[in-house]
Design a protein around this ligand. Sequence first.
Ligand SMILES: [Zn+2]
Length: 217
Amino acid sequence: MKTVLILSGGLDSTTLLYELLAEKHEVYALSFDYGQRHVKEIGMAMHTCHHLQVPHRIVSLSSLTPLLSNSSLTNPDIPIPYGSYEEESMKLTVVPARNLIMSSIAIGYAANIGAGQVALGVHAGDHAIYPDCRPAFIYALNAVAHISHFTPINIYTPFMYETKGGIVKRGLKLGVDYSLTWTCYEGKDKPCGKCGACVERAEAFAANHVEDPLCIG
Ligand SMILES: [Zn+2]
């Protein structure tokens, strides 16, 4: 079963990669450079795919950055908000229609290589802030993917109702190497520990009573 996976190099999509391989999917990973603040996550995705011998392509969407500049992830003049993921200030991290844009390209790639599925690591913690991670969006995307090409393409989101802590729990069982994942919105040597992404990641590891390998040492 051929499956295209949108792989950011973060915790969720990397866990999904391990899960797809365990389920015997033939995975083709896609990462996107849309002019985000740093490409540290993409570097992690490259390492993981190399380690797992999964074909990986990086799509440059950097020419789109000026069109999507109203986000702290694509505009260095907008500061990264600190605090919990559910706070109103986290809306500054929304890149407009990012999942719609990436999914469209992934659906085209899937159609091109005869893959029947596009997998995304969206999860319940994304719903509050990111409109194109919510179930209503995913259901509509699935309907569109079914009629986009000669044969239907399924949108596969097994983490849609899973918490980040639940994803780490699944990943620990699968032996995910979380030292090869990056979550922090900033691209420094170590995670900042203060941005919404860092706070949510720390809570996910704490819920499983394990230390985040990125925060050891
Ligand atoms: Zn951070």
